[in-house]
Design a protein around this ligand. Structure first.
Ligand code: ATP
Ligand code: MG
Ligand code: MG
Ligand code: MG
Length: 480
């Protein structure tokens, strides 16, 4: 089954159950001060859950473009290092706005996975909210537990805590318990050694969460207390690429046909090979992932820039360029050349990619040019710093200057120094960074006179040791 078939099968299954198929909302959000990017299928329906607007259709289904790189959901650091978190991904969903509730949601999810899509029942685990002892004193979700017990053996039902099995939109508003479905795709041999039940929610790459069924039954009031909602809602979200991984019988999202055409193209363009070395594999996965995030963002009208959402997109693109530069030896623009393959694989489901193809290519190419120039200049300057260094440790302030004035990524500095047998004075770097932050803070206080607005540092947060962390985490992943 191709990924395009899988998406259609999901949507049509719910269409048959009287759901209206609707389009994905844009991934870039322009009119919500609380959110820069859509990070879940429910975002576009927020007003229905809050009771601000009434839903036109009580049952809806779609595949939503999501981006999880900031705020509450930030998966950026996992991307490339693991095989099942992306920056941009599709979230398949079905909704009930005050219509059906737990019984149908659970039954249909099971029917779709095991009857329609024929996933082996014995590879599935479900989780149910266990209740809480804190101020909320929430009871266990026995309703969901009983419903699942009628379908699956009890030892496949895992009780989960508030973190994993209770969903809240924010400090206030609709919330409720959720039931998740996890799939164990390890070999039979591995399954005998360790029970899959013990690996649910344990970050195992082959025991992954695929679907979250949220049952909105409470409203959290401003004073923190909960009241029962008069109309109860269902909000579900399934990771499309993870579902494809399961149905296509592979062990990584990147081995599905969502990603393989991109990976083949990266191999060709950069003359590299996927599956031979961990560093190169991570770089290839990062690039295959990030080209989607950046292209979809530009298609939605958000170009890379120096502020806000545009800055987030610029950083994602630069992150991919750096991985290419460091591990695939790409010294000229290459990412823009992936846009055609991306459009070929996803353009049917998301026509905006086709419509904006030329713009996407041009913008990415331009960004690549200017960032590669920065890298070139930075390398020359770094060389001068190294030559002037006495001893093994390079002055952190000098490295900060390179980062601050020339935009040269600090992780690259550290990597290059490491290759030369030198090290970076991290403390000096951090002190210089802090001083700069303090300076810009007081500068903004003065210039705004009696209107004190502190500069927002959140987007300029230090993300420097990215590539180095990749190495540390890599070791951890190998042990799994
Ligand atoms: P995880 O625990 O794996 O990080 P989550 O609990 O944060 O997932 P939810 O917020 O419940 O995810 O989102 C619903 C579904 O979306 C998940 O069950 C998963 O299949 C998928 N999903 C979540 N985050 C990602 C991501 N970064 N990349 C791809 N799919 C994702
Ligand atoms: Mg998550
Ligand atoms: Mg989870
Ligand atoms: Mg979840």
């Amino acid at each position: 089954m191709t990924s395009n078939d899988i998406r259609d099968r999901f949507l049509n299954f719910f269409k048959e159950k009287q759901h209206k198929i609707v389009a994905s909302a844009p991934m870039v959000i322009k009119d919500d001060p609380t959110l820069m990017f859509t990070n879940a299928g429910m975002n576009q329906f927020k007003e229905f859950f809050l009771g601000i607007n009434e839903a036109k259709y009580p049952r809806v289904t779609d595949s939503q473009k999501c981006l999880r790189v900031s705020g509450k959901h930030n998966d950026l650091e996992e991307v490339g290092k693991d095989t099942y978190h992306h920056t941009m991904f599709e979230m398949l969903g079905n909704w009930s706005f005050g219509d059906y509730f737990k019984e149908e949601a659970i039954q249909w999810a099971w029917e779709l996975l095991t009857e329609e899509l024929k996933i082996d029942k014995d590879s599935l685990y479900v989780s149910v909210f266990e209740g809480s002892n804190d101020a909320d004193k929430l009871a266990m979700d026995t309703e969901a537990f009983e419903l699942w017990k009628a379908i699956v053996p009890e030892d496949r039902i895992i009780l989960g805590n508030k973190k994993d099995n209770f969903w809240e939109m924010g400090d206030q508003g609709p919330c409720g318990p959720c039931s998740e479905i996890h799939v164990d795709i390890r070999s039979a041999e591995e399954k005998v050694k360790v029970s899959g039940a013990s690996l649910v929610n344990a970050d195992h790459p082959l025991v992954v969460e695929i679907w979250n069924l949220v049952f909105m039954q409470y409203n959290r009031k401003a004073d923190g207390s909960l009241e029962s909602l008069p109309a109860k809602h269902v909000d579900t979200g399934m990771g499309f690429e993870r579902l494809c991984m399961v149905l296509q019988g592979v062990q990584s999202n990147y081995d599905t046909d969502v990603f393989t055409p991109l990976i083949r193209e990266i191999e060709t363009i950069t003359n590299s090979k996927y599956g031979k070395s961990e560093d190169v594999d991570i770089a290839i996965r990062v690039i295959a992932d990030h080209i989607r995030a950046v292209s979809f963002s530009i298609a939605d009208g958000q170009l890379p820039s120096n502020t806000g959402a545009g800055y987030v997109i610029r950083r994602i693109l630069r992150r991919a360029i750096r991985y290419g530069f460091t591990f695939l030896d790409t010294k000229t623009p290459f990412m823009y050349r992936l846009v055609t393959v991306l459009t070929d694989t996803m353009g049917k489901a998301f026509p905006e990619l086709k419509e904006q193809h030329q713009l996407i290519e041009n913008v990415i190419k331009e960004e690549e040019h200017s960032f590669l120039n920065t890298l070139d200049q930075g390398l020359v300057l770094l060389d001068t710093i190294v030559q002037k260094t006495k001893g093994q440790v390079v002055d952190g302030r000098k490295a900060f200057e390179l980062y601050d004035t020339y935009g040269f990524p600090i992780d690259l500095t550290a990597l290059i120094l490491g290759e030369k047998g030198l090290s970076l004075d991290e403390n000096g770097f951090n002190v210089a960074m802090q001083e700069q932050k303090d300076r810009s803070r007081s500068a903004s206080e003065i210039s705004k006179e009696d209107w004190i607005v502190l500069t927002d540092d959140t987007e300029q947060e230090f993300l420097g040791y990215d590539l180095l962390e990749a190495k540390v985490k890599l070791v951890k992943y190998r042990k799994v």
